[in-house]
Design a binder for this molecule. Structure first.
Ligand code: ATP
Ligand code: MG
Length: 597
């Protein structure tokens, strides 16, 4: 069934975009600035794609910008490998769509330590994307964050606390039961400044002291019971090396990083609702001179049969359930890319599911259909046989090549064709032949006829078997009068099957993927590793039409009647190797959803 060319999608609308639109109307900010703030402790997944597309989408729709910022305040879990993969994944996802909004900072730049109206400010200023650019990172603001903490101490809003981590916890109380003031809460400003300086210069071991905000130990909101601002960690940081032995906590660093970058709308997920008062408290208590950023929360993406948690995905990698973060079965952006899923399909999907304030589970078929929709329009059609059985057409002389015209993409406005070779020996799909066919079987059977797509009608005359009774080849005849241009081209048969020439084909390893989990909500299991689908990968040696030898990694193909396929990154580029197929294809997705069966 022909589909219409993609109509321009209507601009998305949701409660966050409504807030932004109102701020634009009221000219509250000179420019709309958002940010995507991953912690570099794993690879990005589909859930992150939702956040990326929301933040970059808002920037794009409002002539604004969106910063990629690493929230790298915890040196223990963070690695450069993750910084690099995240940067590449974000660039890939927004390429050609919102890269003009990407607020990359010039190499090496860190905010000027300026003052506005006599107040410390440090605004980074608007920055243009450029070839020599690198993403932002919270760690590049450590100097400013330190200064802001000094300012909080001077304003009597922060103190150095000597409680152990365990005592800090027990003093905090519980929801519904007020906490207790730390005995160190009444230290003088001078004493706090001295101790905080010495925390920085390394005078104390890990955990000996912390810097805490002074808010309210009886607050009904646990996040306002003097939350920590800084802790001591004698650990090198992937970005700042050995410079620091105190590190800011996420909540403290986040709002100030937003402010330094001129972020206007700081969008995060629902678990941060309770943190919002603290976010605002810090910014307000510092009496900052420019308009403050505001935090808004939306529901995370949860997807059926899929895990969206870096921690659990890391477990799949480290315990070798998959070959790596970019295993094509992984819901990571690098896995999805390797599998052949276009960035446009991911953007269409995460935008289509919408932005709400309520947690829900999106059916995986919604994602799969978005992928099919994009690939149906984009993919070049090719013939390939995954589980081949040989068919000898005895009336075609050996060595003869009959050229047939095959359509490249019927979805194109003006579809083009390519030539494929019909020869004496062809391969057909083993599944397309039944020696004892069930009722209403329209594919090939002994004495039956089918059309070989783009070629002609053929008849099966003989089934050849080996001593063990297994089929070794089929023999039949081609009715060449039913070829294009022939007198009987209009002859009808019920079945049409795909095929490739046995002498004009290439071998390929084809990796057939299935869902990685057996249940719709693997994250809800006590042990999600127990519901890993043991049959999520099947490898076959397939026969492909010869033109596929020239496939490039970025090409998208539909193998007719089978699904969508793309070259794997393991597929060596260059001349065929002796022994073993050179080509490796991944099945991106089947043509139809067959999971229910
Ligand atoms: P994970 O639990 O997988 O580690 P995270 O939220 O801890 O995710 P971050 O690196 O902190 O990962 O996330 C960066 C941004 O992506 C945050 O703003 C976060 O809210 C958002 N995000 C993470 N997971 C999802 C999701 N499933 N749906 C929508 N946004 C998400
Ligand atoms: Mg996180």
């Amino acid at each position: 069934m022909p589909v219409e060319p993609n109509p321009p999608a209507p601009a998305p609308s949701d409660f966050i975009r409504d807030i932004v639109a109102a701020d634009v109307t009221q000219k509250r900010y000179a420019q709309i600035v958002t940010r995507f703030p991953p912690e570099p402790n794993g690879y990005l997944h589909l859930g992150h794609a939702k956040s990326i597309c929301l933040n970059f989408g808002i920037a794009r729709e409002n002539h604004g910008r969106c910063n990629l910022r690493f929230d790298d305040t915890n040196p223990a879990k963070e690695e450069t490998e993750y910084v690099d993969s995240i940067t590449a994944d974000v660039r890939w996802l927004i390429a050609g769509w919102a890269d003009h909004c990407l607020g990359f900072k010039p190499n090496g730049a860190s905010p000027a330590r300026t003052t506005v109206n006599g107040q410390s400010d440090n605004y980074l200023g608007p920055v243009a994307p450029g070839a020599n650019s690198e993403p932002f990172s919270a760690s590049s603001y450590f100097d400013q964050l330190y200064d802001y903490a000094v300012e909080l101490i001077k304003r009597g809003k922060a103190y150095v606390c000597d409680l152990s981590p365990e005592d800090t916890d027990s003093y905090r109380g519980a929801p519904g039961r007020p906490g207790k003031d730390s005995p160190f809460r009444t230290r003088t400003v001078a004493e706090n400044l001295d101790l905080y300086t010495r925390m920085k210069t390394g005078d104390f071991p890990d955990g000996a002291r912390s810097l805490r905000s002074k808010i309210d130990m009886a607050s009904p909101n646990m996040w306002l019971r003097d939350p920590l601002l800084y802790r001591i960690r004698h650990t090198a940081h992937h970005h700042t090396g050995d410079k620091w032995c105190i590190y800011p906590l996420y909540d403290y660093a986040h709002c100030l990083s937003d402010y330094l970058e001129g972020v206007t709308h700081s969008i995060c997920t629902l678990e941060f609702v309770d943190h919002r008062p603290f976010y605002n408290w810090i910014l307000e208590k510092l009496g900052l001179p420019r308009p403050l950023p505001h935090q808004y929360e939306f529901a995370k993406l949860n997807l059926g049969y899929t895990i969206v948690s870096k921690r659990k995905l890391l477990q799949l990698v480290s315990e070798k359930y998959v070959s790596g973060w970019d295993d094509p079965r992984m819901p990571t952006l690098s896995g999805l890319r390797r599998r052949g899923i276009p960035a446009s399909a991911i953007r269409a999907f995460v935008t289509g599911v919408g932005v709400t304030k309520f947690d829900s589970l999106t059916e995986v078929s919604v994602f799969e259909n978005a992928v099919r929709h994009e690939l149906n329009a984009a993919a070049q059609r090719r013939l390939a046989v995954l589980k081949p059985v040989k068919l000898v057409l005895t009336n075609i002389p050996a060595g003869e090549i009959l050229e047939c015209a095959a359509t490249n993409n019927p979805q194109d406005a003006n579809p083009t064709t390519r030539k494929i070779a019909l020869t004496r020996e062809v391969f057909i799909e083993a599944d397309d032949f039944a020696e004892v066919p069930p009722p209403k079987y329209f594919r090939l059977k002994p004495g039956g006829e089918v059309r070989l797509k783009y070629a002609c009608i053929i008849k099966c005359d003989e089934v050849v078997k080996n001593a063990a009774g297994a089929i070794t080849e089929l023999r039949g005849t081609a009715d060449l009068t039913t070829r294009a241009g022939g007198p009987n081209v209009d002859k009808k048969v019920k079945g049409t099957i795909h095929w490739v020439s046995a002498s004009k084909c290439v071998d390929a390893e084809v990796r057939l993927y299935d869902r990685l989990f057996n249940v719709a909500e693997p994250a809800a299991e006590d042990d999600f590793l127990k519901v890993v689908n043991p049959r999520s990968l099947e490898i076959v040696t397939a026969k492909l039409e010869a033109s596929l030898a020239a496939a490039k990694p970025e090409d998208r193909f539909q193998f007719e009647r089978l699904g969508y396929f793309a070259l794997d990154k393991d597929s060596p580029v260059g001349p065929p190797l002796a022994g073993g197929p050179r080509l490796i294809f991944n099945r991106t997705i089947s043509l139809k959803d067959t999971w229910a069966k």
